[in-house]
Design a protein around this ligand. Structure first.
Ligand SMILES: Nc1ncnc2c1ncn2[C@@H]1O[C@H](COP(=O)(O)OP(=O)(O)OP(=O)(O)O)[C@@H](O)[C@H]1O
Length: 298
């Protein structure tokens, strides 16, 4: 079932085209990442989807219908850090938020439990760590038990401990069956928590699909023969293996290639040895996700 369908969305701020015909679909049960550098249009997309911003063109449909007060109740959102009262406790702050939203007060206890704040619920907000503060912000999005959570850069400004807390909370919420839409400029974050990703650049979609497809990492194997051996024989042998692709000479000498799915460097080493080619070195060069991302957005 489609939770959110964005079709041909555009947004202009004066002469700035923040979105240029963006389309994407978020399916139920996914953790959908919007990945893109600063200014690529992530916040604008989420703002329009949440009905906070008006699009210049295109549509955003929730649960197969227009944005309505009923659809809004099914979506919990964290676009910017909420203002909590420093001298009030977590529970008191959530009580105020629940009143404003008209959310069932029993969901306050649930939100405190799942965010791991139950034990500290009566402590004043001002004494909380950064990670706890952000978990409380997430708890406030859970009031009223929404099916979907929309989170804009949920780990921004946190220390490593806080980042880890928030990421594991997102995973826990996803495991409970919530659909989560999360914007981030961090590839590593998307890779750690998302099932699907849309890569945005300057308001346009560069790629979209399951994280495992879009951010799949193919390692490159760099092979070097003994200094007196002829590289041509190595190139020829590699060209003969159907499971070895993208063979190319390396600038610093030797040859590199990519192995097919499930193939191991040891198999390549053995196959070459059987053809009388003895390697001086075999190095696995991990293609970083960062490189992959840069290639997608270059
Ligand atoms: N209120 C505004 N007025 C003018 N330009 C804006 C406004 N909001 C956003 N923009 C511009 O629209 C573009 C997209 O911004 P947006 O905030 O959606 O990107 P983003 O990917 O969320 O980036 P960031 O992570 O920096 O928030 C940028 O060029 C930005 O400068």
């Amino acid at each position: 079932m489609a939770i959110l369908e964005i079709e041909n969305l555009s947004k202009n701020y004066g002469s700035t085209q923040a979105l240029k015909g963006l389309s994407l679909t978020v399916e139920a049960g996914s953790v959908y990442g919007l990945l893109g550098p600063n200014g690529s249009g992530k916040t604008t997309t989420l703002g329009i989807a949440l009905g906070v911003l008006q699009p210049s063109g295109g549509t955003a449909r929730w649960f197969g219908g227009q944005i309505s007060s009923a659809s809004k109740r099914r979506v919990g959102a964290l676009l910017e850090t909420p203002n909590f009262f420093p001298y009030l406790s977590a529970r008191q702050n959530l009580q105020i938020a629940a009143d404003v939203k008209g959310a069932d007060p029993v969901t306050i206890t649930e939100a405190l439990e799942i965010t791991g704040l139950a034990a500290r619920q009566h402590d004043a907000f001002r004494g909380y760590s950064l990670g706890m503060k952000q978990r409380l912000a997430l708890a406030s999005t859970l009031l009223g038990r929404p099916e979907v959570l929309v989170l804009d850069e949920p780990t921004n400004g946190l220390d490593p401990q806080g980042i880890a807390e928030v990421r594991s909370l997102v995973l826990r919420l996803a495991a409970e069956g919530k659909t989560i839409i999360l914007a981030s400029h961090l590839l590593d974050e998307i890779e750690k928590v998302c099932t699907h990703v849309a890569v945005l650049q300057r308001g346009e979609l560069r790629a979209a699909g399951p994280v495992s497809d879009i951010l799949a990492v193919a390692d490159r194997i760099v092979l070097r023969l003994a200094p007196n051996a002829a590289p041509a024989a190595l190139l020829e042998a590699l060209g003969g293996f159907s499971w070895v692709t993208d063979v190319r000479p390396e600038p610093a000498g030797g040859v590199s290639a990519v192995l097919g799915p499930g193939r191991q460097p040891a198999e390549l080493n053995q196959a070459l040895f059987l053809q009388g080619l003895v390697l001086n070195s075999l190095e696995v060069r991990h293609r970083s996700l960062e490189t992959q991302f840069l290639e997608l957005t270059k």
